[in-house]
Design a protein around this ligand. Sequence first.
Ligand SMILES: [Zn+2]
Ligand SMILES: [Zn+2]
Length: 120
Amino acid sequence: MRAVTYENRLAYVADRNDPPTTDGEALVRVHMAGICATDLHITQGYMGFAGILGHEMVGTVVGGSPTWKDKRVTCEINCVCRKCDMCLSGLSHHCRKRSVMGILGRDGCVPGIGSTSLKP
Ligand SMILES: [Zn+2]
Ligand SMILES: [Zn+2]
């Protein structure tokens, strides 16, 4: 897949491996992705992020749960465990194992194929 990455500098990568998916996640072919101020801040060191940029997109599910296959989707950028005390108390945006697409511990979605966590 193609990707725009940041690791001390911006780079276009034409042949990056597709991201792995786990239970509760979908592989999404990205049709459109946005670049926002957060992405610009990341290129200035915000969050110490290194990887594929991007956390705003619309696309079609191409992998993961068959229930979602071929669905047009946008994403929830916070990928949570749904098992920790914060998740179970309804505060999943404060999940103790949270990753955030293109910002914290998880590749983002610009351009090509991105992986995101979708709620059933
Ligand atoms: Zn944004
Ligand atoms: Zn959690």
